[in-house]
Design a protein around this ligand. Sequence first.
Ligand SMILES: Cc1cc2nc3c(=O)[nH]c(=O)nc-3n(C[C@H](O)[C@H](O)[C@H](O)COP(=O)(O)O)c2cc1C
Length: 180
Amino acid sequence: MNHTTLIVYQSKTGFTERYAQQIARGTGARLLPLAKASPAALAGCDTVLFGSRAHAGRLDGWAKGKRLLAAASAKGARCAVFATGATPAAERATVEQFWAQSLTAEEQAALPHFYLQSGLCYEKMSLLDRLMMKSLAVMLRGKQDKTPEEAAMQRMIAGSFDNSGEEYALPVIEWIRAGE
Ligand SMILES: Cc1cc2nc3c(=O)[nH]c(=O)nc-3n(C[C@H](O)[C@H](O)[C@H](O)COP(=O)(O)O)c2cc1C
């Protein structure tokens, strides 16, 4: 029997979409933008992934994503989540904090969740996102006695960068293949 894997994703500046495409190439998964996704569109899938960006410390689009995964999992699908973010994957504590703010303890226990480091793309960012980054930059610039993390963040958000890499998606690809 053919194994059907679906990746429901949301991407504003392209990082999550590129990772979703790479995972799809590696596994034969189908891709579906979150905006077009409904529980009916997930019917019959054996494996469903939700992928989106970290946004101000939380997984963007998760309110809808969690409903979709709950519906898929109720029908017996294996489900997982991946997030992309500008934070380097090596900053484990920040990444853990992001997951703790995004998923409940039950969700963290039930759902494999993968963090894929990406970057920032000011050129493709919405005006609102640019304003949010600007106010973060202004806040950090004005802050006396910055912690090393805050100083690093200030340097990190100064311009566009791309720290994504194919290797970061490999654990997701392996997880999908392990269930086939
Ligand atoms: C307003 C804003 C807030 C962000 N907050 C975070 C964050 O809390 N943690 C993080 O690691 N990255 C953060 N990022 C970076 C994005 O998560 C990163 O660029 C992501 O890969 C974008 O995905 P996309 O290109 O698929 O939209 C933020 C970006 C913007 C514009």
